[in-house]
Design a protein around this ligand. Structure first.
Ligand code: IPE
Ligand code: IPE
Ligand code: MG
Length: 241
């Protein structure tokens, strides 16, 4: 697909719940981390595919606030993978013109990983080809809770009056304050649930639940899901004239 084939009604912001790495590995009699490594490779391809699909914003769910409940070895393996991923991919993402941001509570992540996240954000801060947001230690309830705490401080210190709080003001306290809302949320691997991802921001998103495991999410699969989006009639609560 070339840039001229881009559907103007296609999604501008696609958010992906990258699920199924563990099952993909288990089907191959390999450890779960093998699946996570295979999954990480698909992230680069998804970013590369965005311009040809007309997707400007790509948000990827990499680690949830609930994923700490997994075994210590899986959690530390994932954290090591995130560190290696940033080290290996930073220059390539920068060359592609990708602007990288992270959302989630980074204070609970190890200092080395936090420093790499800061480095990658800074390195790519003037890029504008594709805006890649990685949700790492992200949970929508946690995000809204942290936003509410900051908002409460603003009110307590009288920089904001309670009656000034509306949905725009609240959204400006969320981790995603600079991003448009997602138009399309894709979850791979067959589960039809949201698992605490972008609850506020996805109020009017279209959802696609596909059976493909994340390590099998090729550019062709991505293109076919985006193409289906073009056929949907989004009404945002109104009646179409
Ligand atoms: C998604 O794959 C990646 C993370 C949550 C980090 P899973 O690890 O959830 O894979 P399944 O769902 O067990 O197959
Ligand atoms: C959601 O997947 C989180 C990520 C993809 C990072 P999970 O595999 O953690 O979700 P549940 O446990 O099936 O709801
Ligand atoms: Mg899962």
């Amino acid at each position: 697909m070339s840039a001229k084939d881009v559907n103007p009604n296609g999604p501008k912001h696609v958010a992906i719940i990258m699920d199924g790495n563990g099952r993909w590995a288990t089907q191959r009699n390999r450890p779960r981390l093998f699946g996570h490594q295979a999954g990480a490779k698909r992230v680069r391809q998804a970013v590369e595919t965005c311009p040809s699909l007309g997707v400007k914003y790509l948000t990827m769910f990499a680690f949830s606030t609930e994923n700490w409940k997994r075994t210590q070895s899986e959690v530390s393996g994932l954290m090591a993978l995130f560190r290696r991923y940033i080290q290996r991919e930073a220059n390539y993402l920068h060359r592609l013109g990708t602007r990288v941001r992270f959302i989630g509570d980074r204070e609970k992540l190890d200092k080395k990983l936090q420093a790499l996240m800061d480095y990658l954000e800074k390195l790519t801060e003037n890029n504008d080809v594709t805006h890649l947001t990685i949700a790492l230690n992200y949970g929508a309830r946690d995000e809204v809770t942290r936003a509410t705490q900051r908002l409460a401080v603003e009110i307590a210190e009288k920089r904001l009056r309670p009656e000034q709080v509306n949905s725009e003001v609240l959204a400006s306290f969320l981790d995603t304050y600079v991003l448009p809302d997602p138009d399309l949320v894709i979850r791979t691997s067959g589960e039809a649930r949201i698992s605490n991802f972008l609850l506020w921001q996805s109020a009017y998103a279209e959802y696609e639940f596909i059976d493909t495991h994340w390590p099998d999410f090729t550019p062709e699969v991505f293109a076919s899901v985006v193409a289906r989006f073009g056929g949907r009639d989004r009404r945002f609560g109104a009646v179409k004239a």
